[in-house]
Design a binder for this molecule. Structure first.
Ligand SMILES: C[S@@+](CC[C@H](N)C(=O)[O-])C[C@H]1O[C@@H](n2cnc3c(N)ncnc32)[C@H](O)[C@@H]1O
Length: 235
């Protein structure tokens, strides 16, 4: 798994755009600007860099499995950013050692059976009363034709169909957070760009027809998807 992410770093960085979800996270972090936060799965550090620029007093730490992503984060965030190479499911960090944790688009990449354990690990390192901000995709119920087509295509992707990634629904996330001692205070639904190229190589005839319909509906507009942004308080 680590090799997979090591190989992804440069292309992910080039393709990773900016979204309403990113802007909202940076804004929310303003309520915690004098605190010690860890971003789990910091990737290329795009949100971390924006947060540090806007909230320079924040004590921001980054953790990632892949060294190549940590190099990218280092380049964006500078030498004094504490970075940790570790797996989210086995955090080499003290219990209750952070005021808050941010994770975006990371936990769903772990094997399904490790997701509850990873949530519990993250909860363990947050101080009582601290916060988890978790941003994940494909967790809402699709409520229009665009979303239904996108969800149908997403389900046909190899990594999803083969179970290499698992996207819990909002109720499943809520059950896991609660079991780990994290009270879900609110769920917001900011957008993120949806890269339709993700679906371009799906072999099924049905997928090709769905993709044509989806492209037709979006037309010249930027395709987007709805994220689930959970704000949780450590009990
Ligand atoms: C899709 S990227 C998201 C990166 C970043 N959060 C962002 O929004 O740009 C997923 C990140 O999670 C990291 N990752 C994957 N599995 C991990 C694990 N088990 N422990 C820690 N990091 C992991 C990858 O190396 C990658 O940087």
């Amino acid at each position: 798994m680590r090799e997979h992410w090591e190989a992804q770093a440069d292309s992910y960085y080039t393709k990773r755009g900016w979204s309403a979800a990113d802007a909202r996270v940076v804004e929310l972090l303003g309520q915690h600007q004098h605190e010690r936060w860890l971003e789990v799965g910091i990737g290329p550090g795009i949100v971390g860099a924006a947060a540090k620029r806007r909230w320079p007093a924040m004590r921001y730490y980054g953790l990632d499995l892949a060294r190549n992503f940590l190099h990218l984060s280092r380049a964006r965030l500078g030498r004094d950013l504490p970075l940790i190479q570790a797996a989210a499911e086995w955090l080499p960090l003290k219990t209750a050692s952070f005021d808050g944790v941010l994770e975006m688009d990371t936990i769903h990449h772990l094997p399904r059976q490790l997701i509850p354990r990873t949530v519990a690990e993250i909860s363990r390192i947050i101080k009582p009363g601290g916060r988890l901000i978790s941003v994940e995709d494909w967790a809402t119920i699709p409520d229009d034709e665009r979303a239904r087509l996108a969800y149908s295509l997403q389900a046909k992707r190899h990594s999803v169909a083969e179970g290499w990634e698992y996207h819990p629904s909002e109720p499943e996330w809520t059950v896991m957070f609660t079991a780990a001692g994290l009270h879900v205070e609110s769920i917001e639904h900011p957008w993120r760009p949806l890269d339709l190229a993700l679906f371009a190589s799906l072999p099924h005839m049905a997928a090709r027809a769905e993709l044509r319909r989806l492209k037709g509906i979006w037309g010249d507009d930027l395709p987007t998807t709805t994220m689930s942004l959970f704000i949780c308080r450590k009990v």
